[in-house]
Design a protein around this ligand. Structure first.
Ligand SMILES: [Zn+2]
Ligand SMILES: [Zn+2]
Length: 324
């Protein structure tokens, strides 16, 4: 069935291309291109250029290896020594990540497979100008925002207002006592900006799948999850809240208790987005455990419960949310 479909579409392609004349030689690269289009597409909503010093060639190879057909590259803001970056610690998103201009230029040079976001350090005086410049150039999202500020600070309100004006989502990295404060009152922001879509990411966001979250919270808590945590409540109660499955935090939230992970994934299948956010070169799972993209795709396939839910999380939700 699949083979005959492929054959017939290949025939159509060849006819359209006008190269089905008897005895003609099929250009190999055209055939390869056509076959590649038949792969099930995957949107990776969370990657970076220059991540921990990775080269552009390795980024391209990594995204190909994990099977991402479209990748959203999230820049860091212009380096600033301020409270929001903990006097410089958070520059480059604390991972040598490339900035707006570099990310934009790379995405433009590889526009078939890469899109870009826009970012700035919120307490920098020109933050809003910087973000708006790249929104005007076509940025699909504001992020990655990973800064030591209150989630409802005046600076963040300006960013939310800009997101509303340009109709793009906002992606935030929540890490306890370091990046964004006030997750327990973030519902007020969700209610104040019902037309802005927010994407939750990182350790503290995913630790909160657990209603029984401990006070002395480790970065990657293990063990059985008590349902009904803050993350589940936000994703369930607010149509404008989404979850980013990327990085060790996303993977751990589903691997630590696969029974809960599967129920959570099925229930919230319209609100979850695949992302990789790993800095390895080759997309291979090895002893170092750096690659989270490849195992997260496998986890989605194993726990999502249906092909329809799997496709939503790997592709359709992101296509809709980012208007791809
Ligand atoms: Zn990231
Ligand atoms: Zn990887």
């Amino acid at each position: 069935m699949q083979q005959s479909k492929l054959n017939s579409s290949r025939r159509n392609f060849l006819t359209q291309a006008g190269i089905l004349a008897a005895g003609s030689v099929l250009p190999v690269e055209l055939l390869a291109e056509n076959t590649e289009e038949k792969k099930e597409p995957i949107i990776d909503i969370h990657q970076h250029i220059h991540y921990m010093g990775r080269t552009d060639d390795h980024l391209i190879a990594h995204q190909k290896a994990i099977g991402a057909t479209t990748t959203i590259l999230l820049p860091a803001g212009r380096p600033v020594n301020s409270d929001a970056t903990h006097q410089g610690l958070g520059n480059g998103l604390q991972a040598q990540v490339g900035g707006n201009a570099e990310t934009y230029l790379f995405a433009m040079a590889h526009r078939k497979h890469f899109k870009f976001g826009a970012c700035a350090v919120p307490d920098a005086p020109d933050a809003i100008y910087d973000i708006e410049k790249y929104l005007k150039l076509g940025a699909k999202v504001i992020g990655e925002l990973k800064f030591g500020v209150e989630c409802d600070s005046p600076e963040m309100h300006k960013i939310y207002q800009l997101a509303q004006a340009y109709d793009v989502p906002v992606l935030m990295h929540w890490q306890k006592d370091r990046y964004f404060y006030g997750l327990d009152r973030f519902y007020k922001i969700l209610e104040q900006y019902p037309r802005v879509n927010f994407i939750g990411h990182a350790q503290f966001w995913w630790a909160n799948v657990d209603k029984g979250i401990p006070q002395d919270l480790p970065m990657y808590p293990k063990g059985i999850v008590t349902p009904g945590g803050l993350t589940e409540r936000y994703l369930t109660d607010y149509p404008n809240m989404y979850g980013d499955l990327s990085a060790g935090s996303g993977l751990n939230a589903f691997k630590r208790d696969e029974g809960h992970g599967s129920a959570f994934m099925q229930k919230l299948q319209d609100k979850l987005l695949f992302g990789s956010d790993c800095w390895d070169n080759d997309g291979i799972v090895d002893a170092k455990g750096e690659c989270t993209g490849t195992p997260m795709i496998a986890t989605i396939r194993a726990l999502s419960g249906s092909k329809a839910a799997e496709r939503k999380i790997l592709y359709e939700n992101a296509k809709k949310l980012f208007k791809l």
